[in-house]
Design a protein. Structure first.
Length: 387
């Protein structure tokens, strides 16, 4: 869409700056052109009058399994865990994403325009993640960043996946050992590749797992570590620091216990699902207060749905509950917009309403943290994808 469109008279939340009363948002060619209070509207522009409504960036969910996870169809859609080996670093979420899955419509209905899709947590290393927009028919055209991380997991899930089959890992010690071992092996593999540059006879056979892990060692992508319990969270950071790699803590539901420690690291934590049952022993400390506690401690907090474990269409409700339980409004809004954009490495395109960024925004009937507010219209790259 190349025609310029002006959305006028709304309360505008750029996120990167203060809210604007009776703001104007100009967009065209899929990009935001200008935002402000007194922006002249070109005569040729299409005008949308959003009087009494609120405009925010499209929400960003930094941890989902949409399009690869079983929700209703059964085994044919169970593509989240390659449960054949505790280390499957070479598999890629993009190869399993089903854009026609109804979860994408759910996302749009809740104002979520961008998501990270991760493999599940059944393996110690589960595979590469991908960041996509929530509208499209060909996943390659929806991609914002690929790969966006390498999924790893500590705690009950890999223990249960393999220990129940009398295979390693059976313990948390075993999980940590396998993760370390894979990183050491990748370091050795990297040295062999380097040696092969001068002596081709020394080149090792292609190993997709090692090539993915090398991206982590080279800080091309972070290790995204599923860790609920506080001790698992600390173990994840211990291993990340041993190898000097970037990381994010996924879930972090027990993070309040070690909030000061995490704050001292300025850790990136993708917190949630907070509005969920205590489905496992390691989620015993789950609380809607946790995002605010971690934010106040100095962490860089994103609030996540972990869809389908908390329905993605209610991501705004999870942020609202964090706000209602101590997280400042500005932090809570940022936790589902600009902070996840930064954590996913896509802040140059999404996360705030700034000129040059993608025209991904949502018109709400009221403040998104109010229970009676609903999504009016969703735009992705300037296209109306839900109303």
């Amino acid at each position: 869409m190349n025609r310029i469109t002006a959305v006028i008279n709304a309360r505008l939340y750029p996120v990167s700056s203060s809210p604007i009363e009776k703001g104007v948002l100009l967009f065209g060619g899929g990009k935001i052109l200008e935002t402000g209070a007194n922006i002249p509207v070109p005569k040729e522009a299409r005008v949308i009058d959003a009087s009494g409504k609120f405009i925010l960036p499209g929400l960003i969910d930094a941890h989902t399994h949409i399009g690869i996870w079983g929700e209703w169809y059964g085994q044919p859609e169970h593509d989240g865990n390659e449960g054949s080996n505790p280390v499957t670093a070479g598999v890629r979420a993009i190869d399993a994403v089903w854009p026609d899955h109804f979860a994408f419509e759910d996302a749009r209905s809740g104002g979520v325009t961008c998501v990270q899709i991760t493999p599940g947590s059944g393996n110690v290393i589960g595979g590469e993640t991908v960041v996509v927009k929530t509208s499209g028919t060909v996943v390659d055209d929806m991609v914002v960043r690929n790969p966006a991380g390498l999924k790893a997991a500590l705690g009950e899930n890999p223990k249960g996946s393999y220990g129940s089959r009398n295979k390693a890992p059976k313990t948390r010690m075993g999980i940590a050992s396998i993760l370390r071992g894979a990183l050491f092996k990748a370091r050795d593999y990297m040295e062999k590749l380097e040696a092969g540059k001068t002596d081709p006879s020394k080149l090792p056979d292609t190993d997709l797992d090692m090539l993915s892990l090398i991206k982590v060692l080279n800080k091309e992508i972070p290790l995204r570590v599923h860790a609920h319990r506080a001790d698992d969270i600390v173990t994840a950071i211990r291993i990340a620091e041993e190898f000097g790699i970037d990381y994010s803590i996924e879930h972090c539901t027990g993070g309040a216990t070690v909030a000061e420690f995490l704050g001292s690291k300025k850790a990136r934590v993708n917190v949630g699902p907070s509005m969920w049952s205590r489905a496992k022993i390691e989620t015993i400390n789950i609380s809607v207060k946790t995002p605010g506690v971690l934010s106040q401690a100095g962490c860089r907090v994103s609030i996540i749905s972990d869809h389908p474990f908390h329905p993605i269409q209610f991501l705004s409700a999870a942020a609202a509950m964090a706000w209602a339980n101590g997280m400042p409004e500005e932090d809570a809004l940022r936790a589902v917009t600009l902070t996840p954009a930064e954590t996913l490495g896509v802040e140059n395109r999404v996360g705030s309403l700034e000129p040059g960024k993608d025209a991904d925004f949502v018109i709400w009937t009221g403040h998104p943290f109010k229970v009676r507010s609903r999504v009016d219209t969703v735009f992705i790259e300037g296209n109306d994808v839900f109303h």
